[in-house]
Design a binder for this molecule. Structure first.
Ligand code: IPE
Ligand code: IPE
Ligand code: MG
Length: 248
């Protein structure tokens, strides 16, 4: 994966290009953003949460159908307790705000990841947000919280193995489709484009199965500094890619 560095002039307009149906974003670089300013890491997360609000709104406005944001990984529990507390507080703030202020919103909120780790308060806010938004007709916004691609696959394999053990399915009934149907993203198209700000060249366990043919755009900007212009640049870069899916 190459880092997409050059700040390209926007000669191309979004109306001239084919947009991805599903974008994934690894919202990375909050800690480095804070460090550069001599601030605690939590200040970087607060700034990153604001960027998330703006970029999610922008994606919905330009007609993106699905957006999946990586907010907290199964490995992020390795961080210091005060940083985790700050992230959970920000998550709670957003969930309360979206219930309170966005009654007329068109965005459908979904949470992907293992929910059993969250406090009862967070859990009920997550359920409430999903229930409130499920009948809307706008962009589906998947927030990956306590999400790991490997854990998601283990969960799917266990579920299929349990059905096989009960005699409900035969091993040969398991196909790529049945695996997809047992992931958190069941029924949704795979991401076409995955954006990773902050310059890191790795997946960090994000959408492992679903990203088989996603185009990666790695950008040299820290997430709190990420703007709608950066998103446009990633979309223009995506539109230039020659996707072959193994063909010629
Ligand atoms: C992403 O920013 C937010 C989470 C992983 C929760 P980081 O906190 O990883 O920021 P860096 O990578 O340390 O700069
Ligand atoms: C990936 O970022 C997870 C999120 C952005 C939520 P990390 O900062 O945790 O990834 P690594 O540790 O650099 O691989
Ligand atoms: Mg990071």
């Amino acid at each position: 994966m190459a880092i997409f560095k050059k700040k390209q002039p926007k000669e191309v307009s979004l109306s001239d290009i084919v947009l991805p149906e599903h974008i994934g974003i690894i919202m990375d670089g909050n800690g480095r953003w804070a460090k550069k300013r001599g601030l605690p890491r939590s200040a970087g997360h607060t700034a990153g949460a604001q960027t998330f609000r703006k970029i999610a709104r922008y994606c919905s406005d330009i007609g993106i159908k699905y957006l999946t944001v990586y907010a907290f990984s199964t490995e992020n529990w390795r961080r210091p307790g005060d940083e985790i507390d700050a992230l959970m507080r920000l998550f709670k703030d957003y969930l309360q705000e979206s219930i309170r202020d966005f009654k007329d919103d068109s965005i459908v909120l979904r949470f992907i990841g293992d929910r059993t780790a969250f406090s009862p308060e967070l859990l009920s806010l997550m359920n409430e947000n999903e229930e409130e938004s499920c009948d809307r007709d706008g962009m589906v916004l998947n927030i990956a919280m306590n999400y790991g691609g490997r854990a998601e696959l283990v969960r799917a394999i266990r579920s299929l193995a349990a059905r096989a053990a009960e005699g409900g399915i035969k091993p040969e009934d398991i196909t790529e489709q049945t695996v997809s149907d047992n992931l958190y993203t069941a029924g949704q198209p795979d991401p076409d484009l995955i954006i990773r700000p902050s310059g890191e060249n790795r997946t960090s366990n994000f959408l492992l199965w679903q990203s088989a043919y996603a185009e990666y755009v790695i950008m040299d900007v820290l997430w709190p500094d990420f703007t709608s212009d950066d998103l446009d640049r990633a979309l223009i870069e995506f539109a230039k890619r020659n996707r072959r899916f193994g063909g010629v």
